[in-house]
Design a protein around this ligand. Structure first.
Ligand code: HEC
Length: 124
């Protein structure tokens, strides 16, 4: 019994670390997705400072200047121009004949992108 309790306590002590490790993992996945699929139009942190399309907001601008950035990132695939290029798995195509084959995303990919975007937030 005492051993079980000790093990339990050890895990309880470890939990905060494993939680933040998981958050890091999620953010890493989001960084990878963003660099692959979003950097064509968006400047993403220090990955492509001179890249992107100049009329498109950089990720760090959205995260640091807009109070509702998290909401915007969580729903980006419904906001123009993204429905034409990104589709969430299991949802119908937003247009009948898209000009390009949309990139298919899972909802958990969106969580990963939000976790990554959070890492671009400057500490106040
Ligand atoms: C084909 C170009 C293009 C690609 C690729 C693209 N975006 Fe965008 N994105 C835009 C443009 C243009 C805007 C500005 C829209 C506006 O201001 O109306 C924008 C705006 C945003 C915004 C702010 C949303 C808002 O309504 O304020 C977020 C968040 C965003 N994009 C996330 C992403 C993510 C995440 C990806 C990759 C998975 C991505 N974008 C890929 C062109 C693109």
């Amino acid at each position: 019994m005492k051993t079980a309790l000790t093990i339990l306590l050890a895990f309880a002590a470890l939990e905060p670390f494993s939680l933040s490790a998981r958050a890091d993992e999620l953010a890493d996945k989001g960084r990878e997705i963003s660099q692959t699929h979003c950097s064509r139009c968006h400047v993403i942190g220090d990955y492509n400072p001179f890249g992107g399309v100049s009329s498109t907001p950089s990720f760090q601008l959205v995260v640091n200047k807009l109070a509702d950035w998290e909401e915007r990132f969580s729903t980006f695939y419904t906001r123009r121009p993204h429905p034409a290029i990104i589709r969430i798995e299991g949802t119908p195509a937003p247009v009948d004949e898209p000009m390009v084959v949309p990139i298919e995303f899972k909802l958990e990919d969106v969580d990963a992108i939000v976790a990554f975007a959070r890492t671009l937030k400057k500490q106040d």
